[in-house]
Design a protein around this ligand. Structure first.
Ligand code: AMP
Length: 284
């Protein structure tokens, strides 16, 4: 497995044999089974797989958890080596954002609600770093998790708008046995908050069950989630949402499909989760 923090070296390996397909999994490290499920999809669907590990400072607001974000490069590299990854890119901040850096990628609409309304600069940071990583790695396919539902929508839109020559693949959310979506941030939870955190998925599942029983009122689906989450004293709701899966506008009435999503604080740690429902099928 090649591990490098140099752009030239990534390009040299990527293009050593241009006939090979490359899958790419961008991550912020502190890898868990959710990341590895994307790596497995990439390994299965491509002749070569690259992973990046980079905690991108521009997607964190000054008040957020950049400095406490968990890191374990050695452990991550051991997991990726064992999985059979070909190349890991571990750039430095100085390489990604050298003095004089001044270009950003920002999207005007799908970035506004939900995560965007709580974290106004977040998606500009995400879109900018992913655009840079796509230009460096030039993968055939790129793999992202449904766990970050709005991110998948933002990045698909960016790929369309800027004509990136990359196929986007979205993998399902990996969960702990109690339903909690796997997240590097789960490591930051106290024991008490960790015990309370599965309420996100319970609330989303209850709203899905209401939908499956015929409920089509967006507000009643949101109220189902709100009621369950507010019953847990450790949980402070940032938002609950039942939105159009394409535009992310809140729905009064569900017709074609609905993205149920929520963001909840447990102490200083903010967790997100979602369930995507299409009229004809369910995916998470
Ligand atoms: P992160 O390291 O949090 O930036 O995540 C890197 C990639 O892994 C993103 O595409 C995430 O959506 C994805 N991911 C994070 N958690 C999960 C999970 N529990 N299941 C599947 N994919 C995930």
């Amino acid at each position: 497995m090649i591990v490098t923090d140099k752009i030239d070296e990534v390009r040299q390996h990527r293009w050593a044999d241009p006939s090979l397909t490359w899958g790419f999994v961008p991550t912020m490290g502190y890898l868990h089974a959710g990341h590895l499920s994307l790596v497995q999809l990439s390994l299965a669907g491509n002749e070569r797989t690259a992973v990046s590990i980079y905690v991108n400072p521009t997607q964190f607001a000054p008040t957020e958890d950049l400095s406490s974000y968990p890191r374990n490069l050695e452990g991550d590299l051991a997991m990726l080596e064992k999985a059979g990854v070909d190349l890991v890119f571990t750039p430095s901040d100085a390489l990604m954002y050298p003095p004089g850096f001044q270009t950003t990628v920002s999207l005007s609409q799908v970035t506004q609600p939900l995560e965007g309304s709580s974290r106004p600069s977040h998606f500009t940071g995400v879109a900018t770093i992913v655009a840079k990583l796509f230009n460096i790695v030039q993968p055939t396919r790129a793999y992202f998790g449904q766990k970050d539902a709005q991110q998948t929508i933002v990045l698909r839109q960016m790929v369309r708008d800027l004509n990136f020559n990359v196929e986007m693949v979205i993998g399902p959310t990996s969960r702990e046995p109690d339903g909690l979506a796997m997240s590097s941030r789960n490591a930051l939870l106290s024991a008490e908050n960790r015990a309370a955190a599965p309420v996100l998925y319970r609330a989303l599942s209850a709203a899905r069950a209401a939908y499956e029983a015929g409920e089509r009122s967006g507000e009643l689906l949101r109220e189902t989630m709100r009621g369950m989450i507010t019953a847990v004293p450790q949980a402070k709701i940032d938002y609950v949402s039942a939105a159009d899966p394409r535009t992310l506008e809140e729905l009064d009435k569900v017709e074609e499909g609905v993205l149920l999503s929520t963001a909840v604080f447990f102490g200083k740690t903010r967790l997100i989760d979602n369930i995507l429902i299409y009229a004809s099928e369910n995916t998470e």
